[in-house]
Design a protein around this ligand. Sequence first.
Ligand code: ZN
Length: 179
Amino acid sequence: MRCQTEPAAPSQVHAEAHNMTLLAKLLSTDLARISSACHGVRGLHDMRQLRTLAEHLDEIRQHAHAVAALTAEHERLPALDFVLHKLEHVRKSSQCLCALYLVDDLFSPVDEARQGNIRILDTVRTGEVLDHYACQCTHCGARYEVEENEYYRTWWAWRVSPTRPLARPAPSQAIAVHA
Ligand SMILES: [Zn+2]
């Protein structure tokens, strides 16, 4: 008798294999592998894969602490803290991943736009100097203003765009206009 189970789609198999690799790397004791997995999780937007990884969060966190205890101070991986934070976000919150821009200073708006995660709506300058990028998340529509800073390295400060009351007047204001 033939098995009635539908074979997994190739893309799904690929995603699962990729996930296994990321999980195996995160749980390895090789700092280069862990670092490469951190880079992978950082750029990952596939919620299915992220949720699967988040199911292993406790294990990953425990392992990260064990590795940190055995690692010299200068070899510590700050990227791993972000991975733990991102998986915690996926596990506990239904908020869009763009909320994570607010808690990290390594998200380049130009790179995020290149990956299709945001749109750069405007590049606001004061004279010749870049003041900020006005951006919008392509997944949830949230708007951000992003300052670019230089201090040893380039870093970015994301903040939620102030709401513009003129764009959509509240009903009470609309009444006032017609009164
Ligand atoms: Zn978003």
